[in-house]
Design a protein around this ligand. Structure first.
Ligand SMILES: Nc1nc2c(ncn2[C@@H]2O[C@H](COP(=O)(O)OP(=O)(O)O)[C@@H](O)[C@H]2O)c(=O)[nH]1
Ligand SMILES: [Mg+2]
Ligand SMILES: [Zn+2]
Length: 295
């Protein structure tokens, strides 16, 4: 086999995969039978022409985020992310059910979830404080920011500088605005990727990895809900609620679903503590959304 080099997958282009190596972009094609390559993957490739190559293998992943695709399958989107920044705001109406869903999934994927409360310049943002304080009591970090007014952006930059991250959250909360605040020359960079390779336009629907000028890597994925609950068994959903974890062993039945089961410690706790109960009610809603028949 020809010499292999190690590179970083930064984007999918129209005609191949953009692999960064030695400050250059090499347009690569995966070997047949290789698993689907995701942005953020570290790969071994062999060069076939000055700016072209063939991906021989995908190096072991620290994490993998997938998006649901056809036939109940999932498609890898972003690899090796260590932190997911869950963005929300008072407007559009803060969707705590969606936040809990992201937190539960991250917990199960061993990815750190960080809360980003954007648009704090909007009056009424204070109304979220009680719920946010509860999340903080569970150990979640919280950034209070305004992409528009530049509030809290330096703290966010410093935090992002340590790792590979992705923003998630419902449409309209300000993910693109935050990305622009962190990466002012993003559009230039996007064009550079396609110009350097001359092998196909950069598709705006694909995920792209950017090196932030202030440090750290950010994977930008325009799709809204990058990861869904479709493949989450109920036990994982319950475990994804951090405050449930120490109680799970205390339910009377080992297969307790924490709904109407006798001797359920989690339900008992929900009756005693109103903030716990708010999260518990959302757990019940998410449980209801799971495709039960499959487990
Ligand atoms: N008031 C206010 N508006 C913001 C802020 N950040 C973003 N927006 C606005 O919210 C809307 C949606 O922002 P966008 O970045 O497109 O959200 P995305 O769908 O999550 O990418 C736009 O009209 C932005 O101008 C902010 O910090 N404060
Ligand atoms: Mg956007
Ligand atoms: Zn229980």
């Amino acid at each position: 086999m020809a010499d292999v080099q190690e590179g970083l997958v930064v984007s999918h282009l129209g005609k191949g995969i953009a692999v960064e190596y030695d400050n250059q972009i090499i347009l690569c094609h995966p070997r047949r039978k290789l698993d689907t390559v995701a942005v953020g993957d570290r790969v071994e490739f062999s060069q076939t022409a000055p700016d072209q190559g063939s991906i021989e293998s995908i190096l072991p992943r620290q994490s993998l985020l997938s998006r649901p695709s056809r036939n109940n399958k999932t498609r890898p989107v972003a690899a090796n992310i260590s932190h997911v920044y869950v963005v929300f705001a008072v407007e559009p109406n803060c969707d705590f059910l969606l936040i809990d869903q992201y937190l539960a999934l991250c917990e199960n994927l061993s990815i750190e979830a960080v809360l980003v409360h954007n648009k704090v310049d909007i009056p009424g943002s204070d109304s979220l404080q009680i719920d946010l304080g509860y999340y903080q009591s569970l150990g979640y970090s919280l950034h209070q920011v305004s992409a528009k007014k530049g509030i809290g952006i330096d703290g966010l930059k410093a935090d992002l500088g340590q790792h590979t991250s992705i923003f998630t959250g419902q449409s309209g909360v300000g993910k693109s605005s935050l990305t622009n605040a962190l990466l002012p020359d993003k559009d230039i960079k996007t064009n550079t990727v396609s110009e350097t390779t001359r092998h196909g336009r950069h598709t705006t629907t694909a995920a792209t990895l950017y090196h932030l000028p202030s440090g750290g890597d950010l994977i930008d994925s325009p799709g809204v809900a990058i990861f869904g609950l479709a493949n989450t068994p109920p036990v994982q959903l319950a475990w994804g609620y951090r405050e449930f974890q120490p109680l799970l062993e205390q339910c009377r039945f080992h297969n307790c679903q924490h709904v109407n089961d006798k001797g359920c410690r989690i339900r008992a706790m929900a009756e005693e503590n109103s903030l716990f109960n708010r999260r518990y009610q959302r757990y019940l809603k998410l449980l209801d959304k799971l495709p039960k028949a499959r487990f």
